[in-house]
Design a protein around this ligand. Structure first.
Ligand code: EGV
Length: 385
């Protein structure tokens, strides 16, 4: 087991990283830990799965470059990213967004030594960036949304990394904020990196980011991800997309790690994109909104419980547990009853105590299992009042 370092669940809750906690939950019926898509297939998605043998044959016969371009272009158009680049050497298809991130991190580390990173965010991002030796400077989410970046912060780093919509808060960087941020980066030669893995859930993030970035003249990298949207058993891709000249050895480092992803996965993703474009995306948004309402109403009226991310449309929901000593007891009790959610401590990578009173629940799950799980959450939380 990769998490053999720590033995008990309690130790994992305190010392483990979020993915190690997600491993624990993998085979549980009430796995509300990881943010991957585990809802049931819709009727039209079932049809695609029924076509797998033909898809396999198609993937084997078509040039990979063509499959790649079609899947990427259609994915971008689906989510409003019309100014996506298609030039050679600007789009790199990866197994996952974390692999894309690792390639970005290694590229950055050859030329730079410091990076500002949004706070909070999923802990494998700071871990990957630290793993290549970068010095991390927290960029508090509130500040990012409130005003231009402090020039002293920008003077202190050579790149800026922002997840939008953010995980776990769901907050979306507006077009205006992105324009200002990219402008600031352009002025100083700072590389701007966006992780847009949760974009598909939130139409407020469908404005054309590539148009804004290109107009700013800054050096930029965007990581797109299909992995959170559709229940494809983790068959997915992450796209690493760059400005024309990043001054970073992205292509070389990509080639150190990958030749490319399976054309079968690209063909499958291509079909899910088509399905999403013909109504599936709206259906997904309604599904997540329904599960969010279900969770909120299942816990309604419990003292001190609140939902801090009122505006979020992402596939995860934070629950603030209020003034209970910490979320640990709640997590332990839930875990004893085979219900797994994540602590928020680890998302607060620069100041874990900030996340002590909150947990994160994954919403991309079958509604019935979420309903049962939410019932257990209610019992546990009511007892702890
Ligand atoms: C989420 C899993 C990795 C990550 C889950 C995630 N961890 N890649 N080490 O994909 O929000 O649960 O992003």
């Amino acid at each position: 087991m990769p998490y053999s370092r720590v033995s008990s669940t309690t130790a994992l809750i305190d010392e483990g990283n979020l993915t190690q906690l997600e491993f624990l939950a993998l085979d549980s019926t009430f796995n509300f830990a990881d943010g991957h898509a585990r809802q049931e297939l819709t009727a039209s998605q079932e049809k695609i799965i029924g076509d797998l043998p033909e898809l396999f044959a198609q993937a084997a016969s078509q040039p990979v470059a063509e499959l790649e371009r079609t899947a990427f272009a259609n994915y971008c158009r689906l989510l409003g990213q019309h100014s996506f680049p298609l030039d050679a050497g600007r789009v790199f298809t990866c197994y996952s967004s974390s692999v894309a991130m690792e390639i970005v991190a290694r590229s950055l580390a050859t030329r730079t030594d410091s990076i500002a990173l949004i706070h909070p965010t999923f802990d494998n991002i700071p871990d990957i960036l630290r793993g290549v030796g970068l010095r991390l400077v927290p960029l508090p989410e509130d500040e990012l949304h409130r005003r231009d970046l402090d020039p002293r912060l920008l003077d202190d780093v050579e790149s800026v990394f922002v997840t939008t919509p953010n995980n776990p808060t769901g907050r979306v960087l507006t077009a205006d904020r992105l324009r200002r941020l990219a402008g600031q980066c352009a002025q100083r030669g700072t590389v701007l990196i966006l992780d847009t893995s949760f974009r598909g859930f939130d139409s407020r993030a469908f404005f054309d980011h590539y148009a804004v970035l290109e107009a700013s003249g800054c050096r930029w990298i965007v990581i797109e991800d299909t992995g959170k949207l559709w229940p494809t058993l983790d068959l997915k891709v992450g796209w690493l997309v760059t400005s024309a000249d990043t001054g970073l050895p992205v292509a070389d480092i990509y080639s150190d790690i990958l030749l490319g992803v399976s054309p079968f996965v690209l063909a499958l993703i291509g079909r899910f994109v088509e399905d999403a474009a013909s109504g599936g995306l709206g259906e997904l948004h309604r599904f997540i909104a329904g599960n969010r309402r279900l969770l909120r109403s299942a816990l309604d009226g419990l003292p001190r419980i609140s939902f801090p991310d009122q505006e979020s449309r992402g596939s995860v929901e934070r629950i603030d547990l209020g003034e209970r000593s910490s979320s640990r007891l709640v997590l332990e009790e839930l875990c004893e009853r085979s219900v797994f959610v994540l602590p928020c401590r680890q998302f607060c990578w620069a100041n874990p105590a900030e996340g002590d009173n909150a947990v994160r629940v994954a919403l991309a799950r079958p509604t019935e299992s979420l309903a049962t799980g939410a019932g257990v959450m209610r019992e546990v939380l009511a007892r702890q009042c």
